[in-house]
Design a protein around this ligand. Structure first.
Ligand SMILES: [Zn+2]
Length: 102
């Protein structure tokens, strides 16, 4: 696996969102700047599976822009921006709770 194949997971900085959007998030550190970031349970599993790097939004932005620039629709075969079914399920669960609250 060379450097271009690595998986990067973009996480929200704790300083930007003191309350995580998803339940049961834990804190990790950005690989690049060591800022504290939130990671959801589903994302944590993916990180462990893929040995992915955790990167905060501001640090990840240049790499995502590069991927988008290579292909107008979120990357080519080597640079993908993905969301997994388990992550979508977490987001859906959170939206359902938010709707019930209001
Ligand atoms: Zn960072």
């Amino acid at each position: 696996m060379d450097d271009d194949d690595k998986t990067i997971i973009l996480c929200n900085r704790v300083s930007d969102s003191p309350v995580p959007g998803i339940d049961n998030c834990t804190k990790e550190k950005c690989l690049k700047c060591s800022a504290e970031v939130w990671i959801s349970p589903a994302t944590k599993r993916i990180q462990e599976e893929k040995k992915a790097d955790i990167v905060c939004g501001p640090c990840a932005a240049p790499e995502f822009l590069e991927a988008v620039n290579r292909s107008p629709w979120f990357g080519d075969d080597r640079h993908k921006v993905e969301i997994t079914p388990s992550q979508i399920e977490e987001i859906n669960a959170q939206i359902r709770r938010d709707v019930l609250k209001n």
